[in-house]
Design a protein around this ligand. Structure first.
Ligand code: NAD
Length: 508
């Protein structure tokens, strides 16, 4: 079955970026790489270049960390209400520019404008507001250990934070990292993926023009992970905060261990999306699609293992095939588009290779399994929504494909599906679809994963902690608890007694 691309040129906007030659934002200034090296930013939907970005050198990263270090004490001493207000101002600024930022994000990443304008950018606004509120609401703590000992517990910012994010949600991941780190009083050296650096550079431009943050508090380094990314891991930073693949996450953890600094890691996944025979059929179909087609399947928590109760397998497959064949794929800037382009040709090749691996392992390709490249849009990198039917031992069920390819795996009963769901190196997301809430919650509690949705999938509200078990990472974002990971704890123990304190065994 082959699908065609929507090619609605007349509907897509004529759009101009603020520049086609971006600089990096270091110490409140825009600059090119010290050796002048650049990388090209691409529009994956049309296969055309968009702009140039600097490919940072070690000197650039050094300059950024130095600027962040110099800005630290001033920002750390800025009262919490003022730091919170900065976040509220950033939120307002993003909100006032939603359409512009959503369009930049869709162009640079290939994701549909209906997602960027309704999810990525508005969710980022809410994350800045949420953390502005959390910080104001933190009242600290003090207790009396005994009648003579006052125990004061203070929270202090950590210092300079190196933050590195992937390409799948460039703007939203930036908000998840920046909002808690900034409001807690830290200064930042931030690196987006070289595949998608434009939206965060645009954010830096807006913040700079509005004069919201003192210079050096927020620095953006652009460039390749193997250069700029590595330099950040080994730079003068007090914490590393990373979102990306488990493979690179390991390097981040090792770099942090060498320096004895903390690292929070949001890594990959191979999440189980479980459909019991009593699930509402339409809710279930929506759940599969949100799980594996949202953001072209390029979601860390993608519901990529689709467990379907054996008794309903045939009926459910028919519904899914019908619905997958109707997904509107094409130009991300067309408001009708439901699925846009994959991030780049390398990623598309990886996805297609996994489909082949699945075939060789004996999986049946129920729908899709191929690239879509008809007509003018064919220069873009589009993948058909794909369902394989296989088992939990196949590589396609164990390794992260990071594309719109779900593996349907039949199961008998609750124990059977819980065992398979847990038989994975990862533990990030997951879903349970059933009309029986008792059963859904029972299963949810038995699956070893950081987030599990019930009768819905892939929602990311502020206030709900998100992060992984096992190889999916260490730490929880999008909840006030991440503030702990961006602060040190200072304890002051005060002797209140009138008598001088002595050793308990000192002679009286
Ligand atoms: P990636 O690990 O290749 O790259 C992530 C970031 O790290 C990029 O900015 C990249 O330039 C940088 N990087 C690459 N090599 C580096 C190195 N040696 N040293 C330092 N930095 C380096 O991941 P990706 O392909 O950009 O993104 C996809 C991955 O991200 C998937 O595995 C996905 O599951 C994961 N992800 C996880 C979450 C989560 O919250 N758990 C969210 C989104 C994406």
């Amino acid at each position: 079955m082959s699908q065609t691309l929507s090619d609605n040129k007349e509907k897509t906007q004529k759009f101009t970026l603020s520049t086609d030659n971006y600089g990096m934002y270091i110490d409140g200034e825009w600059r090119q790489a010290s050796d002048g090296a650049t990388l090209a930013a691409f529009d994956p939907a049309h296969g055309t270049p968009l702009a140039q970005i600097p490919d940072a050198t070690e000197q650039d990263v050094h300059d950024a960390t130095k600027a962040a270090r110099a800005a630290f004490s001033g920002w750390a001493d800025t009262p919490v209400p003022a730091r919170s207000q900065a976040l509220l101002d950033i939120a307002d600024l993003i909100e006032a520019n939603v359409q512009y930022l959503a369009t930049v994000e869709s162009l640079d990443n290939g994701k549909p404008i209906r997602e960027t304008s309704n999810a990525d950018i508005p969710l980022a606004v809410d994350h800045f507001r949420y953390f502005a509120g959390c910080m104001r609401a933190d009242e600290g703590a003090s207790t009396m250990i005994d009648k003579n000992t006052l125990n004061i517990i203070l929270r202090e910012p950590l210092g300079v934070i190196g933050q590195i994010v992937p390409w799948n949600f460039p703007f939203l991941m930036a908000a998840w990292k920046l909002a808690p780190a900034l409001v807690a009083g830290n200064t930042i050296v931030f690196k987006p993926s070289s595949a998608t650096s434009l939206s965060v550079l645009e954010l830096a431009r807006l913040i700079d023009e509005a004069g919201i943050l003192p210079k050096g508090v927020f620095n953006v380094i652009t460039g390749a992970g193997s250069r700029a990314g590595e330099y950040i891991l080994h730079a003068d930073v007090d914490k590393l905060a990373f979102t990306g693949s488990t493979e690179v996450g390991r390097k981040v953890a090792m770099a942090a261990a060498e320096k004895i600094i903390p690292a929070t890691l949001e890594l990959g996944g191979k999440s189980a999306n479980v459909f019991f025979d009593d699930a509402d059929p339409q809710t279930a179909v929506n759940g599969v699609e949100m799980g594996i087609l949202f953001n072209q399947g390029q979601v860390c928590s993608a519901g990529s293992r689709i467990f379907v109760q054996q008794s309903k397998l045939d009926d459910f497959m028919n519904l899914l095939k019908d619905s997958f064949s109707k997904v509107q794929i094409g130009d991300p800037l067309d408001p009708a588009t439901e699925m846009g382009a994959q991030i780049n040709g390398t990623q598309l090749d990886k996805i297609l290779t996994y489909v082949e691996i699945g075939r060789e392992e004996g999986a049946e390709v129920a729908i899709g399994g191929e690239r879509i490249n008809d007509g003018e849009m064919g220069k873009g990198v589009y993948m058909a929504p794909t369902l394989l039917v296989g088992n939990n031992d196949m590589r396609v069920a164990r390794e992260e494909i990071f594309g719109p390819v779900g593996v349907v795996i039949p199961f008998k009963d609750e124990d059977d599906v819980v065992a398979m769901a847990n038989d994975s190196a990862y533990g990030l997301g997951g879903g349970v679809f059933s009309k029986s809430l008792e059963r859904a919650i029972r299963v949810a509690t038995r699956v070893r994963t950081g987030r599990i949705w019930v009768n819905q999938y892939n929602s990311f509200p502020a206030g709900a902690p998100f992060g992984g078990y096992k190889e999916s990472g260490i730490g929880r974002e999008t909840h006030k608890m991440i503030l702990d990971a961006y602060q040190q704890t200072k304890n002051i123990l005060v002797n209140l007694s009138a008598e001088p304190a002595g050793l308990p065994f000192a002679a009286k």
